[in-house]
Design a protein around this ligand. Structure first.
Ligand SMILES: *Cc1c(COP(=O)(O)O)cnc(C)c1O
Length: 429
């Protein structure tokens, strides 16, 4: 047994492990295909009888080194990388659902997940019920149906910053014989370990803190290996019945704890192909090496910024789960005691007009459709992501016209606060 390192060490040492004379930095296998000596050798790969690479759409060594690192960071048994966070969340669900099935999803969730499960999955015959994760368990019970196959939620929701009661949700899912899939993008494995609290599958948009430099779009799916698919075999025929497209392989029988991830590689990647480029995986791996340091600084800066904004006379409201007065403070303390994330939302007393003046006056923080990278950035949902909605619809969606989403970067905290100070002063004029 190799010794279990702490996360700071795993970020550096997991994944690529060079042998004598091999490069210390992880190599990029920028190749579509891999060579074999005999017809039979390659044939055995197609039968999933031997382990090996043959075509990058199905698997690539560089991608797999990085996937192994992320699996290690989350404490999972296996992981797969995807070309985006969107693909990760879609594959995580579609791997165990098909037409006629049903899933349950938190309503406080990333807009892209809301769309893929609420609109696109519906066109494929998969129905989704959106729930308020804060409701008591007895209430949430009602959302389950005999054909429910999974529960989906985010540890810290983007952008509402709702913190999930992971234990409550895992117990609920398990009592109905289905896995809990948790998107851990905002908390990262640095701050939260969802498997420890009963989550079964973790997804990531690696585009955010894992990369951390706004340089590549990517996703990851990690399996804890803890969900017993065989115990609920009738619900999950895709894993427990022969796959005719692979000579009748039964994933749970042949691959044990790696069944779920193997099925994604063998079936979904083969057929749908959302593979990341090895080059992007290399960039992601550089980000992972410094992730702990960056996330610590993001959280330190965001905490200071949230406290500053909360005390500011022009600010009417601040949402940040690290603030003792926040609705999610206690849950955050339980599930992520080291810190939450670098994203804050706040509202100006002057409403929409003041928000626009504030945004336009910022000099250091940039206006971008992005969060969770090294550079401080802002977005005005009423003018950007929720632009189609009028003021009443905005309020119904939980977005007030004066709300600003601030992603606090890792610059010096005084420079960030000085920028906010001058922009707030300008917002009054
Ligand atoms: C950004 C994001 C996604 C989507 O990821 P992409 O990499 O942009 O496709 C999914 N979930 C969360 C929580 C996100 O923040």
């Amino acid at each position: 047994m190799s010794r279990e390192y702490r996360i700071e060490t795993k970020c550096i040492q997991s994944g690529w492990k060079p042998k004598k004379g091999e490069p210390r930095q992880m190599p990029i296998y920028q190749s579509t295909t891999f060579k074999y000596d005999t017809t039979d050798e390659m044939g055995r790969l197609f039968d999933l009888k031997d382990n090996g690479y043959f075509y990058t759409r199905c698997q690539n060594p560089t991608n797999d080194f990085v996937a192994a690192k992320i699996a290690d960071l989350e404490g999972g048994v296996a992981a797969v990388l995807t070309s985006s966070g969107q693909a990760a969340n879609f594959y995580a669900v579609f791997n165990i659902c098909e037409a006629g099935d049903h899933v349950i999803c938190a309503s406080a969730i990333y807009g892209g997940t809301l769309n893929v499960l609420g609109v696109t999955a519906k066109k494929m015959g998969i129905e989704c019920t959106f729930i308020d994760v804060d409701a008591p368990a007895e209430e949430l019970e009602k959302a389950f149906r005999p054909n429910t196959k999974a529960v989906v939620a985010e540890t810290i929701a983007n952008p509402s910053l709702v913190v999930l009661d992971i234990e409550k949700m895992a117990n609920l899912a398990h009592s109905h014989g289905v896995p809990l899939i948790v998107d851990n993008t905002f908390a990262t494995p640095v701050n939260c370990n969802p498997f420890q609290w009963g989550a079964d599958i973790i997804t990531h948009s690696t585009t955010k803190y894992m990369d951390g430099h706004a340089a590549q779009v990517g996703g990851a799916i990690v399996d804890s290996g803890n969900f017993d698919w065989e115990a609920h075999a009738e619900k999950f025929p895709g894993l427990t019945q022969p796959d005719e497209s692979y000579h009748g392989v039964v994933y749970t029988k042949q691959f044990g704890k790696a069944a779920y991830i193997t099925k994604i590689n063998a079936q979904l990647m083969r057929d749908l192909g959302s593979i990341p480029s090895p080059m992007n995986c290399f960039i992601l791996n550089l980000g992972l090496e410094s992730m702990v340091l960056r996330v610590e600084r993001h959280c330190y800066n965001a905490q200071k910024t949230a406290e500053y904004l909360e005390a500011h006379p022009l600010v009417s409201k601040v949402n940040y789960p690290g603030l003792p007065g926040d609705k999610y403070y206690e849950l955050a303390q339980k599930y992520m005691p080291k810190g939450t994330c670098g994203v804050i939302s706040f509202e100006l007393k002057g409403g929409r007009e003041a928000a626009v003046k504030f945004m336009d006056s910022l000099k250091l923080a940039s206006i971008v459709t992005h969060v969770a990278d090294a550079k401080t950035s802002v977005l005005h949902p009423a003018s950007h992501t929720h632009r189609q909605l009028n003021d009443e619809q905005l309020v119904a969606a939980g977005v007030s016209p004066g709300m600003i989403r601030l992603s606090v970067g890792i610059e010096h905290i005084e420079d960030i606060l000085e920028d906010l100070e001058q922009a707030l002063a300008a917002s009054e004029k």
